[in-house]
Design a protein around this ligand. Structure first.
Ligand code: LLP
Length: 428
């Protein structure tokens, strides 16, 4: 997202971000409700004309109740990967009939919870999972509607850690096993075969991997139809990238993805499911932080801010780029800085040799495009308090998650002397 300055102040909708930083303190995440809604409408306008489309927000990108609730109010379904995410989606108002449950390691208890909730679809990723689901559903006297998530062995040309559609990745049913596993699924109690699913990776900046994957998927569907399998839903996953950096390629628009899905898969009819995460939330959020010190090192200058890798792990984990911009419009000549946090690891670096106009202690900055995979991946490493979240709508802002407290941080631990129930185990 391009920084939006008005009268020298960085704005989000009608709110000066410096006001949020002053009132709430830093670090703090801020999300624009209007941007989230606009991004969702972008998908709706692109996909809904294809008829019978379900947009399932991949809640892993940002699980705050206010965020999920904003999308649920617009009619979004949800893609969840754990009982925790399923509970969050239901609590935020997503209808169970619009929820798909993905993930390679669903446990029996999680399956039971989802079956009782009456979700729309389990995306099953392996034969052992299929057998387990059949067992759980049969025991409960319920039926699990399933899609098999297939692995098309396509290179999504994204960061290795977020590519999911290659044969060496842990995801999906291996291509050569797919027809046999559908046969197995058709024979199991408690299982109703409903669809097919795929997700090849995240932060895709080109349509080509989708073209390859959808083409393979179409061939597989043809084969399954000739095997007599009836497929009512095709889940094409999420993954459209966003523009983090000016010199990166412009990512495809939802409309281009929709056109390609229509071209490759439209003739099968049935329900099309799409699971966007990053492209709904990424550009809608910023992380505000204060400069604690500016330090001149031997060979470089450091801006040390009060946000750290525990608040935003993407640079450390994926070498990800995030724009950094001051809350007061930059002035003066630019210099190169390394922008780092307080955590005691050299990996706690947000940017290297980044050109910024001169900053001083007490100035505040925004890390741009951090609405997706920011707060959700935060932790408390180095005993830092869990970062708070704020939502902005028009001229209003509200705290949607307060900053953690030292009581939260320490209070769940017990010293050995205070352990409530020490169990003695006598070895035989
Ligand atoms: N559906 C499935 C089955 C997924 O595994 C994912 C993301 C999505 C949908 C949503 O993909 P999106 O539209 O957000 O690209 N933490 C990483 C991203 C991990 C994505 C994992 N799967 C990051 O910060 O880049």
């Amino acid at each position: 997202m391009k920084p939006n300055y008005k009268d020298g102040e960085l704005m989000m909708e009608g709110v000066k971000l410096s006001t949020v930083a002053s009132v709430i303190g830093t670090p703090v995440y801020c999300y624009s409700r209007g941007s989230i809604e606009a991004a969702y409408r972008g998908y709706e306008n692109a996909f809904v004309p294809l008829a019978n489309t379900l947009i399932c927000y991949a809640v892993k990108a940002n699980t705050n109740q206010a965020v999920i609730g904003t999308l649920a109010a617009l009619g979004a379904g949800a893609d969840v990967v754990s009982e925790g995410e399923l509970r969050r989606a239901l609590k935020a108002g997503v209808q169970a009939s619009k929820i798909v449950y993905s993930g390679v390691a669903k446990k029996h208890g999680e399956m039971e919870f989802a079956l009782k909730a009456g979700i729309y679809q389990f995306n099953v990723e392996s034969e052992p999972e299929l057998l387990a689901l059949s067992k759980v559903a049969d025991r409960l006297g319920l039926t699990a509607s399933i899609a098999l998530r297939v692995n098309p062995d396509v290179d999504a040309k994204t960061h290795d850690k977020i590519a999911t559609g290659k044969s060496e990745n842990k995801f999906g049913i291996p291509w050569r096993r797919v027809r046999a596993v559908y046969r197995l699924a058709g024979s199991l109690p408690g299982i109703r075969v409903q669809g097919i699913a795929m997700h090849i990776g995240s932060q895709l900046l080109s349509l080509e991997p989708y073209r390859a994957a959808y083409g393979r998927l179409a061939e597989m569907i043809d084969a399954l139809v000739s095997d007599g399998v009836q497929l009512d839903s095709i889940d094409i996953g999420g993954g459209l990238g966003i523009r983090y950096e000016d010199d990166q390629p412009v990512p495809p628009e939802p409309a281009e993805l929709a056109a390609m899905a229509h071209e490759c898969l439209g003739h099968f009819g049935g329900r099309l499911i799409i699971e966007p995460g990053r492209s709904l939330l990424g550009a809608a959020g910023v992380l505000l932080s204060e400069v604690i010190y500016v330090k001149s090192g031997e060979s470089r200058d450091f801006i040390i801010v009060d946000a750290a890798m525990n608040d935003l792990i993407r640079p450390a984990m994926y070498d990800a780029y995030h724009g950094v911009t001051p809350l007061q419009a930059p002035s003066g000549p630019a210099r190169n800085y390394d922008i780092v946090g307080p955590v005691c690891e050299s990996g706690d670096t947000f940017a290297k040799a980044r050109a910024m106009s001169e900053v001083k202690a007490g100035d505040r900055v925004a890390f741009m495009d951090t609405g997706a995979y920011g707060a959700v991946m935060a932790g408390t490493y180095n005993s830092r308090l869990l970062v708070p979240e704020v939502m902005i709508a028009g001229a209003h802002f509200g705290i949607i998650r307060p900053r953690g407290t030292y009581e939260d941080l320490i209070g769940l631990d017990s010293s050995w002397d205070e352990v409530p129930s020490v169990k003695e185990v006598r070895e035989a």
